[in-house]
Write a protein that binds this ligand. Sequence first.
Ligand code: BYC
Length: 329
Amino acid sequence: MDDTQSGAAVHAEPALAEYEESFAATIARDQRVEPRDWMPDGYRKTLIRQIAQHAHSEIIGMQPEGDWITRAPSLRRKAILFAKVQDEAGHGLYLYSAAETLGVDRDDLTTRLIEGRQKYSSIFNYPTPTFADVGVIGWFVDGAAICNQVPLCRSSYGPYARAMVRICKEESFHQRQGYELLMTMMRGTEAQRAMVQDAVDRWWWPSLMMFGPPDGNSPNSAASMAWKIKRHSNDELRRRFVDMTVPQAQKLGVTLPDPELRWNEAEGRHDFGTPDWDELTRVITGDGPCNEERVRRRREAHEEGAWVREAAAAHAAKQAARTREGAAA
Ligand code: BYC
């Protein structure tokens, strides 16, 4: 006798195919997938990978600029830099929260980062030897982040897309503060102008690498674009960044270190040289100039912060117990 014959109310579980169909329809209609919706394992896994890497990048990204907080040349510059670095911490927190909606634990993600099992952006493995680096990070790195992340505000996964809206607003302020800092230095002494040009020379190519490997060598792109997690290819966003940055460089009065860079009238965009993809591979696989230092400092900060996490957990437990007692009284 089956359930129908027993007379019991039957709520049959939809078949897997129905879930898949409904997910595909949500994507096709450009609607958002939300945490409680059914999603394919691959979609969930890709999101966890990308969002966790993104969160780690924000947190590790506090280090290169954070190194200048105690050495900023004026109170105003110190306050600006302090606020910016604090914003990056906030971005990391929104993103870890978005990742947690997919069923992973933030503590576990941090462990994966400090054990070298998860990546973070290649760009944060380069040193910041002068204060001009702070300006160039704002201009190039936050500028590249805006090109890459504005389309992520339309990403198909709701919590990720919503986190990106606020992050992008803040990145836009970060980019402008960097450019304004550089403008000020360019109006200064010959030595300051040389310092800006030197920082531009060092950061240009690594900034182009932030967008990831070329499309022909980007194993995750096809699925991510079909799922509308990514809206544009790595090369397309890289081109947009170049087109956006060239006129800004002209206005600033610096030279971008690429002899192949020129306007292509027929295509209405710039032609530019090829980044050193071997360098990107080395940096991503742990062999960049600062990888070891970045991860070590992250590990130390995590260990030194253990007492804060314990105190916060104890406080939360006490509050919850008080609320329960209050409800019972
Ligand atoms: N660095 O198939 P692909 C910020 C990896 S924070 C390291 O093209 P995908 C800021 C990639 O993960 C900015 N790894 O991958 C913070 C993959 O490895 P796995 C951070 C890279 O995901 C503080 C493999 O290479 N932004 O702005 O389709 C201060 C093959 O690549 C990189 C984000 O995280 C790289 N540059 O595309 C200031 C944005 N490139 O995982 C500023 C969100 C590639 O298969 N992420 N890899 O082992 C994305 O948009 C995409 O994940 C990427 C890569 C475009 C980065």
